[in-house]
Ligand binder design. Structure first.
Ligand SMILES: [Fe+2]
Length: 291
């Protein structure tokens, strides 16, 4: 399996040539990981003080910045907070420029969601099975109904030394779904309504959201699947950047520390090939509309 598409881009801001853009969108929508080995996110001198796990509040895996500029889950003092916010905003702006430049067709429908900073080493942390991101999964969140919209994520390893971010990338989405979907249990009929009514989710969940969360949980809980499924281990070195549809690419983050991540949401009608979206694949498999 050739899961990586390497792009020799050395600047966050285009213009990028037509051939590069065409290769990038085709590979991305087919479920490959776009890899930018020469695209570092460079910290300013003062920002090097942010390279410490102490910044994390410990309540969540990641420090997050919402698009309005509000920080969450940090334990930083006021002056550090200002630095942290500025670094994350700068990363977000670079991410927006790169994705906008590479995929001009997405621009009108692309929503900038959360930015996150992950300053804690992954290896050795203990989580419940369904929260354990060292197991292969597609992204799906109980509190964030997508109704078929895409989750696109850009990552940059900013480790100051040599520590790579190590991922496993698994089989194509359709292959995974063919194995896992028959075992996904239907949700309790009132569960979606109740969650929305009690403000546990932003908006009503669709059948698509239930199936995606079912795929996420069922795959993570199935240790035989985790062991036997084909996987590619990839070590993303410091100074490199990568981008993929994490609702489509089976991925697991095994180890590493100090990564910045930007999430985007995208309507599927902005895609070059909307039928390749998970909702297209799942609707074909189930023979019904899911959102
Ligand atoms: Fe994930």
């Amino acid at each position: 399996m050739d899961v990586l598409e390497t792009l020799d881009i050395a600047s966050w801001r285009g213009p990028f040539g037509a051939a590069v853009r065409q290769d990038a969108i085709a590979a991305l929508e087919r479920g490959r990981v776009l890899f930018f080995p020469h695209l570092p996110f460079v910290l300013r001198d003062a920002e090097r003080s942010l390279l410490t796990p102490e910044l994390s509040s410990g309540r969540a895996k990641n420090i997050s910045l919402d698009p309005s500029g509000r920080l969450k889950h940090d334990a930083a003092a006021k002056d550090q907070q200002i630095l942290l916010q500025a670094m994350m905003q700068r990363f977000a702006a670079d991410a927006v420029a790169l994705v906008g430049g590479l995929f001009p067709a997405y621009a009108a429908k692309l929503e900038r969601a959360r930015t996150s900073y992950r300053p804690v080493e992954i290896a050795g942390r203990k989580y419940s099975a369904t929260k354990d991101d060292t197991r292969l999964h597609v992204d799906a969140f109980p509190t964030r109904p997508m109704r078929g919209r895409r989750i696109l994520r850009l990552f940059s390893n900013i480790h100051p030394g040599a520590l790579p971010r190590v991922w496993n990338v698994g089989e194509p989405f359709a292959d995974m779904a063919a194995k896992i979907l028959p075992r996904v249990k239907p949700p309790m009929p009132l569960a979606a309504w109740l969650r929305a009514a009690t403000w546990q989710t932003r908006g009503l969940r669709s059948r698509y959201d239930d199936l995606m969360l079912g795929l996420h949980d069922t795959a993570k809980l199935d240790m035989d699947y985790q062991r036997a499924t084909p996987k590619n281990e990839i070590a993303f070195a410091p100074g490199t950047t990568w981008l993929c549809y994490t609702d489509q690419v089976m991925h697991a983050a095994l180890s590493g520390q100090f990564v910045l991540e930007q999430t985007f949401h995208l309507d599927i009608d902005a895609m070059a090939e909307p039928a390749r979206a998970p909702i297209g694949v799942l609707e074909k498999m189930t023979g019904r509309a899911l959102a």
